[in-house]
Ligand binder design. Structure first.
Ligand SMILES: Nc1ncnc2c1ncn2[C@@H]1O[C@H](COP(=O)(O)OP(=O)(O)OP(=O)(O)O)[C@@H](O)[C@H]1O
Ligand SMILES: [Mg+2]
Length: 312
């Protein structure tokens, strides 16, 4: 299940449904841990192939010679002691083949993959005949494949062959408003029957962090908190110091001297707006205030920085 109610995730869900209905090859891009495999599975699940297999291959995990046998299969007795087996393309017959970390394919493997995608048929290593395959390919990468291509590390023809439809999964820090729901979802996944919640302060800390490792990192942090925390509530003290440092700094900063609630609020609004990369609509959504109210806070902040609004 893909959790998230932010506008970017709603858009992504709609895109998954519409590309699911087609048989196009899809390229899923996004930083590590953002949920690329989940999105690929979502496309498979939304497609007419949903009853067929979903087969994942990590292209970074295998050297070129092994990868070929893994993808295309190998014929019995190709070398002494080798047992014949089907490749992932054949195993994904009638379903979807997920090529993870596709940017890590060697140049030789890229050429072979291109040929298979063009003909939709595979030849097993050491084999003589060619078999047709009926598989939908979804590829994923955490590097910008277009840049890899321009740097001549990725074949241009293969790039165009697999990037007909591109879906970008945004980093978690660009959709912080999803953190509460994700936290609840991930706590449920790992609580093993225990009753467990999260304190408001801990949730604030989770929302303030930048999550370079995205949802996967959030999941690890929560797993650790469940395992090590004794109580029924995850507290700030159950979170790694690296995660809570920014939040603790923020706490120490607030309130400043005799700062009024209005002055503090407008400062807070500015912080949220920065985190939304200046996107006022998203800031309004996150703060649950109207555009008009947001503008009033920003005007106040400007006045305050000029020193003429201290008393209001
Ligand atoms: N939107 C989401 N809702 C629920 N769970 C999510 C979501 N996004 C990611 N996850 C969970 O986070 C973990 C990482 O997701 P996934 O493996 O799909 O990411 P990835 O982008 O493929 O990561 P990597 O680049 O490390 O391979 C998984 O346990 C997945 O179930
Ligand atoms: Mg992955």
């Amino acid at each position: 299940m893909i959790v998230g109610q932010s506008s970017v995730m709603q858009k992504l869900r709609a895109d998954i449904a519409s590309v699911g209905a087609t048989d196009f090859t899809v390229l899923v891009e996004g930083e590590s841990g953002v949920g690329k495999e989940l999105v690929a599975y979502g496309i498979h699940h939304a497609s007419p192939r949903r009853r067929g297999p979903f087969v994942a291959v990590n292209c970074a995990a295998l050297v070129e010679t092994l990868l070929e046998a893994e993808l295309f299969g190998i014929e019995e007795r190709t070398a002494t002691g080798v047992r014949g087996r089907r490749g992932k393309f054949e195993l994904a017959e009638g379903g979807t083949l997920f090529l993870d970390e596709v940017a890590d394919l060697s140049v030789g493997a890229q050429a072979k993959l291109l040929r298979v995608l063009q003909d939709m048929s595979v030849e097993r290593v050491g084999g003589e005949s060619v078999r047709a395959v009926n598989t939908r390919v979804i590829a994923a990468t955490n590097r910008r494949l277009s840049e890899q291509m321009r740097a001549r590390q990725f074949r241009e023809d293969l790039y165009y062959r697999i990037s007909g439809v591109e879906l970008e999964v945004p980093p978690l820090r660009a959709r912080r408003e999803d953190i509460p729901l994700l936290t609840e979802h991930l706590l449920n996944r790992h609580r093993h029957g225990r009753e467990i919640g999260v304190s408001a302060a801990a949730l604030d800390a989770l929302m303030a962090f930048d999550w370079p490792g995205n949802v996967r990192q959030l999941e690890r942090v929560l797993e650790r908190a469940i395992a090590l925390g004794p109580g029924a509530t995850v507290e700030v003290s159950d979170l790694p110091i690296a995660v809570t440092r920014g939040y603790r700094d923020l706490l120490e900063e607030l309130p400043r001297g005799t700062e009024t609630l209005r002055a503090w609020s407008s400062r807070y609004v500015r912080v949220v707006l920065d985190r939304c990369e200046g996107n006022k609509r998203r800031a309004c959504d996150q703060l649950d205030i109207s555009y008009h109210t947001l503008r009033a806070y920003l005007a106040f902040a400007q006045g305050a920085s000029r020193g003429d609004a201290q008393t209001s």
